[in-house]
Design a protein around this ligand. Sequence first.
Ligand SMILES: Nc1ncnc2c1ncn2[C@@H]1O[C@H](COP(=O)(O)OP(=O)(O)OP(=O)(O)O)[C@@H](O)[C@H]1O
Ligand SMILES: [Mg+2]
Length: 256
Amino acid sequence: MTTAANMRTLVEVANLCVSYGSDEDENRVLDGVDLRVEDGDVLCIVGGSGCGKSTLLKTIIGLVAPKSGQVRLLGESLHTLTEQDQARLLKRVGVMFQYGALLNSLTVGENVALPLQMHTDLTPDFIDDLVETRLALVGLDSTSHLLPTELSGGMRKRAALARAMSLEPEVLFCDEPGAGLDPETAAGIDRLLLSLNQQLGMGIVIVTHELMSIDRLNGDLVMLDEGRVAYRGSVASARQADMEGLRRFFYPDGAA
Ligand SMILES: Nc1ncnc2c1ncn2[C@@H]1O[C@H](COP(=O)(O)OP(=O)(O)OP(=O)(O)O)[C@@H](O)[C@H]1O
Ligand SMILES: [Mg+2]
């Protein structure tokens, strides 16, 4: 059981600035982001298209270098670690990218097996069983022999989630897990994420635009705007908040 004494901070971002290209100030996407994710948190990150949500996730997992500021992941300063130490740390983290990012030359089963083969000493038979279990969890039983190109967009997303979960990470980052899915499948993914959080204590950070998902997950809502965290609070208080961006997000037709 988690107690206050052994609570860990999964992610600590302080005054983070990120820009693409050489003209740092012109292209600044993140401009002073502060964010903490504690053990067991569920966080939904929202904000307009292009405001830097995916960039924030990519910076937290080391794919984009910060221009300035601090990023700590599971207590370590990822960006200052050697490649080997980064790889060791990232084994404890699951990532589901916005566009699935499965390897197209490998079957679905091989994609899900890949992290297990790379990072564990489990036998091939055991890995095969685990892969089937993970795929069944996301409703993709009997698809392990298919290639990603033979799946629908929604199935690819679910396969990517199965791969992200394969090592039972301590924290899972999902970039728009429900986008483009039918409502029932999207709800199933939310239920799965919640059970990972509640049963395994996995911290979950999700970028999403889906109001239904935000309500179902019912974690903390973080709104990014103008390169910063403009709001953080419960979904209930975000709905009531006197903030233009939040009102437009929750009530796009103007009715409050
Ligand atoms: N690799 C890159 N090189 C240059 N600019 C980039 C790169 N990736 C993102 N950007 C720019 O950074 C800004 C933020 O992009 P990002 O993908 O983080 O937004 P987002 O909030 O995830 O948007 P969406 O909701 O559409 O997914 C955009 O202006 C985008 O054009
Ligand atoms: Mg994005």
